[in-house]
Design a protein around this ligand. Structure first.
Ligand code: ATP
Ligand code: MG
Ligand code: MG
Ligand code: MG
Length: 351
């Protein structure tokens, strides 16, 4: 019996394009002897389209003919599509979605209500991991070392912009990083060296979110690990990111050759152990499930700081998370199968 696997991709998010690349790669990697693949494409506007069952590999997902779900059916259409297609039900859903409306617990909540097994993080860890303010507050509560930070709402800033800038200068100083609270792929992030840059950075970040986080900028090596599992996750080897630009921005992430990924990272056994322990504590503090990529800084002074966890990390075959697992002994198709298995195990435990 084939596993009926529903792939949810696209999405109403600034990371829509990234998700398309992921979906294409996953479709190409899946063994069609083992899986019946059911694609569901979410447009940038948030409309859901149902694709045909894939019976053979496709070169490009653009080739697929999508059926548009009538608007008037509204939210019910989603449950109709997801929970039953005539007599056939999906065994498991894989949300290949990044950013808000996909990686943030909203889609996960819908899948919970439909009682469908799904790959990856649940509602709580998805939303906590997506929100950099909440995430850092939970890390602080767990006693994990991280950069100094503060945060603002758009209303506070609009009411008194100068006061907001003064607060940043007093509490954080320069250089600092300004980030929308809920995003990924470095979208909306700026590094600031002075007041002028700070002003522009606030305006930019507030275009993406009504809350922003301001962090102390560190000069550091960037090390990442992948975690895989449910209650007791396994940790991959560590990888290092060496962007050729000022920092690991959107362009560096998605243009070939703009960043070197060094796997395994050249760090000591002690440093690796520390990172693995911190990553596991972060995973458990947020009650993560399935997968997480945990990002760290090793500062020039030798401090290991956690930067963030990503509950649906970049997932193309050339993204860090799959590459880390490849070096750990799990290739891309095997990684996808392991994630599906973890989703089914977790669902069974909940019943
Ligand atoms: P993704 O989810 O794609 O990993 P993101 O949008 O969540 O990215 P961050 O990882 O927080 O964003 O930051 C993006 C990059 O900006 C980092 O990889 C790093 O290069 C740089 N950066 C972020 N915060 C800091 C900081 N406090 N000090 C120094 N560099 C930073
Ligand atoms: Mg992130
Ligand atoms: Mg992300
Ligand atoms: Mg990151």
């Amino acid at each position: 019996m084939k596993i009926n696997l529903c792939l949810l991709y696209g999405g109403k998010s600034a990371e829509h394009e990234v998700s398309l690349q992921t979906a294409k790669a996953v479709i190409q990697a899946l063994d069609i002897e083992k899986f019946a693949i059911h694609p569901i494409f979410i447009t940038k506007e948030g409309e859901w389209r149902k694709g045909p069952e894939l019976l053979e590999p496709v070169e490009t997902i653009k080739e697929l003919q999508f059926e548009q779900i009538p608007q008037e059916i509204g939210a019910n259409a989603l449950s109709t599509i997801l929970s039953s297609e005539g007599s056939q039900t999906f065994d498991v859903v894989f949300p290949l979605l990044h950013g808000p409306n996909g990686e943030d617990g909203t889609v996960q909540g819908m899948l919970e209500l439909l009682n469908l097994p799904y790959v990856g993080n649940g509602v709580l860890s998805s939303s906590a991991g997506m929100d950099k303010i909440i995430m850092k507050n939970l890390f602080a509560q767990e006693g994990l070392d991280q950069v100094n930070y503060t945060w603002f709402t758009k209303s506070t800033w609009e009411a008194a912009p100068e006061r907001s800038y003064e607060q940043v200068e007093q509490e954080i100083g320069y250089p600092c990083f300004i980030k929308p609270a809920n995003l990924g792929s470095s979208v909306g992030i700026s590094k600031c060296e002075n007041r002028e840059e700070l002003k522009t950075a606030f305006s930019t970040a507030f275009q993406y979110d009504r809350r922003i986080i301001v962090e102390e900028g560190v000069t550091a090596r960037e090390i990442e690990v992948g975690l895989l599992g449910n209650d007791f996750p396994e940790c991959s080897v560590a990888g290092e990111i060496a962007p050729k630009s000022e920092f690991y921005d959107y362009k560096a992430k998605y243009s070939d050759g703009d960043t070197d990924l060094i796997i395994p990272a050249d760090i000591s056994a002690e440093q690796y152990t520390e990172i693995r322990n911190m990553a596991t504590r972060a995973f458990q503090a947020l009650d993560c499930a399935g997968l997480v990529r945990a990002d760290f800084f090793i500062t020039n002074e030798g401090r290991t700081l956690i930067n963030e966890v990503n509950t649906m990390p970049g997932f193309t075959p050339v993204s860090m998370f799959p590459l880390l697992w490849k070096h750990t002994g799990l290739d891309y198709p095997a990684l996808i199968e392991r994630l599906v298995q973890l989703a089914l195990e977790r669902h069974k435990e909940k019943q």
